[in-house]
Ligand binder design. Structure first.
Ligand code: PLP
Length: 435
């Protein structure tokens, strides 16, 4: 598990025993490894051998500001999809000139925020969005740096809920409208067109899908460049590279880099990539404690204190996460199938069905592996469960980088309307007097 490995019979993050984190912070808790984040980032950069593109980490995969600051120190940029993510990226020290802003539904207020910050590029996904951005920028006497996100209509061959590059998906500009929109962008007063962008989906495990998308976009780019040389300087090839959740064979960073280089052979332009999952998934685990082991009709349920509100990927995408005991099982320990479930009142609150695991008992600690991407960021407070905390490990130490949110803090955001407020004694006697 890279930065997560057994030492002296206990699973560690770098050289910190996960049982120590569980004792000090309580469970459930996300644990990230600095070494894991750094190794992923450096591995990705190194795969491009000397000519690394600008790596804009897709903040939505893990937006914890300590994680962002770790990447910022390595020179990473950020791909953000909301004003909130932009704020986080800036707070974490990512320079605005390395930030790109994606998403189908950006608001005028978000355009203002992006222009004020002076970010590198706004990825525009429709004609009305382009027109609104031009208005907002022109009103301030600015030209917004823009890449047009095209929808290449290729099948990313991934889960349908995370596929974005087919014409039926809401993302990007339809292929046929691209030349017309480029002409319009070049003419608009508030737009400075920089190039094209593409992103076909997430957890993509077949390089052919990338290759098909990149080829289409590069072809379009080269054609348009003949007409508008100044507006076609930059290609943003998005993110989407998958990781090996089940230890299945997976394209390495180098294979992916080779596809990028091949698609761009002979095209001299600036390249932006937006990897999210591939940089963070393997650098995080969700640490949980077994509450009960319940036997029912011959089925064994392992009920843990993490739930779908903390890690929704299994419920939402039928995703698989390896489940690893913190106490190292004896060599050759027998495995028996169990259902690993959380406490939330939903059948979907199931992490694994009939998963072969060594014997686990109440009180044991387990981790869900490869939970550093789309884990904590998608957590909720469903069932009034407190927002899950996050810990960042570095070498032999760790820091809480998001506190466990208390019930008091959660209730502070709620307001009781006057008519439901508990009545005071004076109120009651006044209404008694009226009767
Ligand atoms: C989600 C997203 C990414 C990152 O996707 P990963 O699969 O996490 O690499 C990159 N770019 C855009 C536009 C996205 O929406």
């Amino acid at each position: 598990m890279g930065p997560f490995a057994y030492r002296n019979g206990a699973l560690h993050a770098e050289t910190v025993d996960l049982a120590r984190i569980a004792a000090e912070v309580q469970t459930p808790v996300y644990v990230y490894s600095t070494a894991g984040l750094e190794a992923n980032y450096r591995g990705f950069i190194d795969a491009f051998e000397g000519t690394p593109p600008l790596i804009c980490f897709a903040v939505k995969a893990n937006s914890n500001t300590a994680v962002l600051a770790t990447f910022a120190r390595l020179g990473a940029g950020a791909d953000v999809v909301s004003g909130g993510e932009l704020r986080r990226a800036l707070d974490a020290g990512i320079p605005p000139e390395r930030i790109v802003f994606s998403g189908v539904g950006k608001t005028a207020a978000e355009f203002e925020q992006a222009l004020t910050a002076g970010i590198r590029q706004i990825n525009v996904e429709s004609r009305p969005e382009l027109e609104l951005l031009s208005e907002v920028a022109a009103a301030r006497g600015l030209r917004a740096p823009v890449a047009l996100r095209v929808n290449p209509d290729v099948d990313a061959k991934t889960h349908h809920k995370i596929s974005t590059g087919k014409s039926i998906n809401k993302f990007g500009i339809p292929w046929s409208e691209c030349p017309g929109l480029v002409a319009q962008a070049v003419a608009l007063p508030g737009i400075s067109l920089q190039g094209l962008a593409v992103h076909i989906g997430s957890q993509i495990t077949e390089l052919d899908a990338f290759e098909a998308a990149f080829r289409r976009v590069v072809e379009c780019f080269v054609g348009l460049r003949g007409l508008y040389p100044d507006a076609m300087r930059r290609l943003d090839l998005g993110g989407g590279l998958g990781i090996s959740y089940e230890r299945e064979a997976m394209p390495a960073f180098r294979d992916y880099a080779r596809i990028v280089r091949r698609a761009l052979a002979g095209v001299d332009c600036e390249i932006v990539l937006e990897p999210g999952r591939a940089l963070v998934a393997s650098a995080g685990v969700l640490l949980t404690r077994v509450l009960y082991v319940k036997e029912a009709e011959g089925r064994r349920f392992v009920i843990v204190d993490a739930a779908m509100n903390d890690l929704i990927r299994p419920a939402m995408y039928d995703a698989f996460h390896r489940i690893v005991p913190v106490r190292e099982p004896a060599a050759g320990a027998a495995l028996a199938p169990v259902d690993v479930v959380g406490p939330v009142c939903e059948t979907a609150d199931t992490f694994a069905l009939q998963r072969p695991l060594p014997t686990v008992r109440a009180g044991d600690l387990l981790v869900f592996a490869d939970a550093g991407a789309y884990g904590a960021v998608m957590s909720s407070v469903y069932n009034s469960r407190p927002l899950v905390p996050e810990v960042l490990v570095k070498d032999d130490g760790f820091a809480i980088v998001r506190e466990r949110v208390s019930d008091d803090a959660m209730l502070r955001f709620e307001r009781m309307p006057d008519w439901l407020k508990p009545r005071t004694v004076a109120d009651r006697s006044a209404s008694a007097g009226r009767r």
